[in-house]
Design a protein around this ligand. Structure first.
Ligand code: GRF
Length: 194
């Protein structure tokens, strides 16, 4: 934790692989005057991830890490996270699976955002599957990460109504708008218990 303007702030690392719109909104919300968290580090497994430009723009330390040799890389990663005194890790469109050891080390401190109302539609293509199954609602979930895919304890969810005319793309863009609000709310919710 760091102390800024007399307020204790939680240090957050965000892991990305692509666009980084969730990262962008986490940064934006972290800059609000009553925010209790600060984005201190951005990790990407992909040097071409568009989201890296937000780290650049807001002067946040960023590291591109090749996750191919997982055990070696995770050791390096743990060193970086400890050096930056990271309190929580937020996965935001991060497409790599973290090892059981890594998850154990940061037990209760890794969050993920998933574009469905978990436990429904774990994994990929969530919107396509929800539409195909004629669901009335889709949505998004922020949950703790455990060793099973998209299965950790749910922190917050937001429902989004599926419209008759929805395609996976149109539904994804409405859900994404809700993701941008939900992730910061979820962080604020868990801060009290850290
Ligand atoms: C989001 O829909 C998130 O739920 C999923 O991947 C997408 C990432 O989007 N895990 P972005 O990179 O934050 O724009």
């Amino acid at each position: 934790m760091t102390k800024l303007n007399g307020l204790k702030k939680i240090n957050v690392a965000v892991f990305i692989s692509g666009k980084g719109s969730n990262l962008k909104n986490l940064i934006k919300n972290s800059k609000k005057h009553n925010s209790r968290f600060k984005i201190s580090l951005v990790i990407s497994n992909n040097s071409r991830a568009l989201g890296l430009k937000f780290a650049q723009k807001f002067n946040i330390t960023k590291k591109v890490i090749n996750f191919n040799n997982k055990s070696l890389i995770e050791k390096k990663l743990i060193f970086i996270l400890e050096k930056k005194k990271i309190d929580i890790i937020c996965l935001a469109g991060f497409m790599k699976i973290l090892s059981k050891n890594f998850i154990k080390k940061f037990n209760g401190k890794i969050l993920n955002i998933h574009p469905s109302l978990l436990p429904k539609y774990k994994g990929l293509n969530t919107h396509m599957r929800a539409i195909r199954n004629k669901e009335k609602y889709s949505g998004c979930t922020v949950h703790f990460v455990n060793s099973k895919l998209d299965s950790g304890k749910i922190i917050l969810q937001k429902k989004v109504k599926i419209l008759k005319k929805d395609t996976p793309k149109s539904l994804a863009s409405r859900v994404l708008i809700q993701e941008h609000v939900l992730y910061s709310k979820a962080i604020n919710k868990i801060i009290a218990n850290l």
